[in-house]
Design a protein around this ligand. Structure first.
Ligand SMILES: [Zn+2]
Length: 327
């Protein structure tokens, strides 16, 4: 009986030794310095090492990353995608890639996103500067849906709504042409009518300062921010990430009041109370900056239809929370 156990133990020992030797053997053929070899031996399986050797894998990034906190070889593919596209903050690359992939997301979405040069600059900057906690940026599949979200995580790329109308019958900030989707346009007109009934002057002295903004316009806006020496990419979203491109967003302000004071006007108080009756929400409410990544914007209204608007406004949610809860 005892003899058998010894035999078994010896076999196991032999297996372990041969397995370790196998790692050493493969490492002999991998061209990195000894410090990295030691870590590779510790963190990678013989199979992984074998694959690295067999595919003649480029070890430049891995050598820098493998010694850092939270390194996970199974996520190396995404580390490579990001670093090969210009991200150099290796520790952040690791943390963000892990957070993204360990939640079950696919690396292909990031690849698709980075393929688009306009987004690339933004996402790489976002990662390198540690601005957000995760990469989690996706292409929006159906941007025309009424509750679609366009933000730093959800990119609508070159989407153009197919029912844009030239905005009329409401006071405009300047002589530019303004466009909105059909339903949003109608809702805005009736909101303006009732503002006039309540505050007498046309649209209650409010003017429309921004509506639909094209991919190209947003791209130029973002590029001019990037060109500044003190660029703050938290202020301007990149092309495809601005809600204005959805065509159901309106910025409106009292014509004779500054941006800062608009929230104190009786017109704004009225809109905050009644917007939902027309299908609008205050899209970037106070105290939701942690979620929206955009500070309070009392002038920015988003059309979502009456039913959803009244839910969102009465439950004091932002659109991200509401969509999340109603998945
Ligand atoms: Zn706006």
């Amino acid at each position: 009986m005892k003899k058998r156990w010894y035999v078994l133990l010896i076999i196991i020992l032999l297996l372990v030794i041969s397995f370790m030797q196998r790692k050493d053997l493969i490492l002999l053929n991998i061209n990195v310095d000894s410090e990295i070899k030691t870590i590779m031996k510790e963190k990678l399986s013989a199979q992984d090492l074998f694959n690295i050797w067999r595919t003649n894998y480029n070890l430049d990034n891995l050598s820098k990353e493998i010694k850092l906190d939270d390194y996970q070889y199974k996520n190396q593919g995404l580390y490579d995608v990001l670093t090969n596209n210009g991200a150099h903050n290796y520790q952040l690359v690791i943390k963000k890639s892990n957070a993204y992939l360990n939640e079950g997301n696919s690396i292909d979405e990031i690849k698709a996103l980075i393929k688009n040069d306009d987004n690339k600059t933004y996402f790489i900057k976002m990662i390198d500067e540690g601005i957000y906690n995760e990469i989690d940026a996706k292409m929006v599949i159906n941007p025309e849906k009424i509750l679609s979200i366009a933000n730093y995580r959800n990119n609508i790329y070159k989407y153009v709504p197919n029912d844009l109308e030239l905005v009329n019958d409401v006071p405009l900030f300047d002589n530019d042409q303004y466009f909105l989707r059909k339903d949003t346009h109608q809702a805005l007109q009736s909101l303006c009518d009732d503002l006039e009934k309540t505050f007498s002057n046309k649209c209650g002295d409010l003017v429309i300062t921004s509506t639909y903004r094209s991919y190209q316009e947003q791209k130029e806006l973002f590029q001019s921010e990037l060109n500044k020496s003190n660029a703050n990419i938290k202020l301007v979203l990149p092309a495809g990430a601005s809600e204005h491109q959805l065509g159901n967003t309106v910025d409106m302000m009292v014509s004779y009041v500054t941006k800062e004071n608009y929230q104190n006007t009786k017109q704004y108080q009225w809109i905050a109370k009644h917007a939902a009756e027309y299908g609008f929400i205050i899209r970037y409410p106070q105290d939701k900056e942690a979620i929206t990544k955009i500070s309070f914007e009392p002038w920015h209204l988003r059309y979502v239809g009456k039913e959803d608007a009244s839910q969102i406004m009465s439950q004091k949610l932002c659109l991200e929370e509401y969509v999340d809860e109603n998945k």
